[in-house]
Ligand binder design. Structure first.
Ligand code: PHE
Length: 456
């Protein structure tokens, strides 16, 4: 069964290709766009610390579980879970892990494509030179003008979705590895350059203080819930992406070390993005750390607009962000695509066109929530806010909880160990303990307090 499916979808060329592809999935808008802005909205330091705790105590164990489940099942998340639930003799309700994951992935992609469209728009804008020498005020005005223009947003979103579908049609295991090998290191180098620039010209001390000094009073329980949800979002957990990629993993690749590497890289990129953005925020009049979703798009053009070679580096930066978003989008759609191919006899092209079009249609809601529908809100939340909250803060942690419980309690310990046989016994023991006790407890507590705090 497993071998048949490996032939159907392909296998990664090596362990490194898996690391690159999984990192490609993990590193995206979540790191560069979302992490800085939600850290800013939640007051910085305390949020960052809670986030790091969530990555370590919940994210890493759940990610290992997802890779393990994927490798043992060897199919799309839906069929993998069907198979493993049968094998464990568990209640059929556990199969919902696979189904829910596919649905959340598509919901996320619907708005992810819109934000990635912004990045695409900035590639053109940067290259045109219109933001050269821009002040904070001009840059902010430019971004507001983009958000106010539904046609422009729709155009960018559509272009990005076509880009995404194009690659998935080409076959994930082939195209992606190559892209990730070149683009990841480049993005990394550019972030280092931005930080160096911030050290020289921004208010680096204020930026670092904001991100790393612990101010307990600035964090609320719904901020903690946001941190937990973002740990899932940023590591691409809880929606089957990592499970699907795990299914294409060759035998004998050590899961524990691989996952720790990916989580480390992902966290590093997020912190680096913060270190590039906040020093500039504090050095530029009219900018605030709690600017929300516009933070990155207002701040970085001011840096690029005023640094030597900024036209080139600015354009390159937004190209790389678009590519990072694109390698994440592919993993958002892949679980659904793999399932349509396996179970309903679709081919890669038609499966992609169908799901991509659905996401595109739903994404129009997000496009309009920034302009024409701005005033249609639920308790002050726009369509985009609701989508973001329901997927990232509610569904991902909830499915993560189910995954932890299934892999930690329902699955036979020997089966889990067998799939993780190449992980050292000590790491395995720590993993199992974290997965059984710490992760579910942490998710449960944060969930209850976070939702209570938000709605009560
Ligand atoms: N991890 C991606 C990011 O940080 C987003 C993503 C979420 C991708 C869930 C796949 C699954 O941008």
């Amino acid at each position: 069964m497993v071998d048949g499916n490996r032939r159907l979808h392909g296998t990664w060329a090596s362990r490194w290709t898996f690391i690159l592809a999984a990192t490609g999935s993990a590193v995206g808008l979540g790191n560069i766009w979302k992490f800085p802005y939600i850290a800013g909205e939640n007051g910085g330091g305390a949020f960052v610390l809670i986030y790091l705790g969530c990555i370590l105590l919940v994210g890493v164990p759940v990610m290992m579980a997802e890779v393990m489940l994927g490798r043992r099942g060897g199919m799309s998340p839906i069929n993998t879970m069907n198979h493993l639930v049968r094998e464990a003799g568990a209640h059929p309700l556990w199969r919902s892990i696979g189904w829910l994951g596919v649905v959340v992935g598509l919901l996320i992609l619907s708005y992810y494509g819109v934000i990635a469209g912004w990045a695409l728009n900035y590639v053109v804008e940067m290259a045109s030179g219109s933001l050269q020498g821009a002040t904070g005020k001009e840059s902010a005005a430019r971004f507001s003008a983009l958000l106010a223009d539904p046609q422009q947003l729709l155009l960018c979103q559509t272009a990005f979705m076509i880009l995404t579908m194009g690659v998935v049609i080409g076959g994930v295991t082939r195209g992606l590895g190559v892209a990730a090998r070149v683009m990841m290191p480049m993005l990394f180098v550019l972030l280092v350059a931005l930080i160096l620039y911030a050290v020289n010209t921004g208010d680096f001390a204020a930026g670092a203080r904001f991100l790393f000094s612990f101010r307990y009073e600035s964090l609320s329980w719904d901020g903690v819930l946001e941190a937990l949800g973002h740990a899932f979002f940023s590591l691409s957990l809880g929606m089957g992406a990592i499970m699907a990629y795990g299914a294409y993993m060759p035998e004998g690749a050590p899961i524990g070390r691989t996952v720790v590497t990916i989580a480390f890289l992902d966290t590093l990129v997020a912190l680096m993005a913060g270190m590039a953005i906040f020093p500039m925020v504090f050095a530029t009049p009219g900018m605030a750390p709690d600017a929300g979703p516009s933070l990155m798009f207002q701040t970085l053009p001011v840096i690029f607009g005023n640094m030597p070679g900024g036209l080139f580096f600015g354009t390159l930066f937004f190209v790389l962000v678009t590519i990072a978003a694109w390698s994440s989008s592919i993993s958002l759609i892949e679980p659904g695509v793999a399932w349509l191919i396996e179970s309903l006899g679709f081919n890669r092209v038609s499966a992609n066109l169908l799901l991509g079009t659905l996401c595109w249609l739903l994404g129009i809601g997000t496009v309009l929530s920034f302009n024409l529908w701005k005033d249609y809100t639920i308790a002050g939340n726009t369509f985009f806010d609701v989508m973001d909250f329901v997927t990232a803060s509610v569904m991902l942690p909830l499915i993560g909880l189910l995954i932890a419980l299934f892999a930690g309690w329902v699955m036979k310990r020997d089966q889990a160990k067998e799939a993780l046989s190449d992980t050292s016994p000590l790491l395995l023991a720590i993993w199992h303990w974290l997965l059984r006790y710490v992760s579910p407890l942490a998710i449960g507590v944060i969930f209850v307090f976070g939702l209570y705090n938000k709605f009560a």
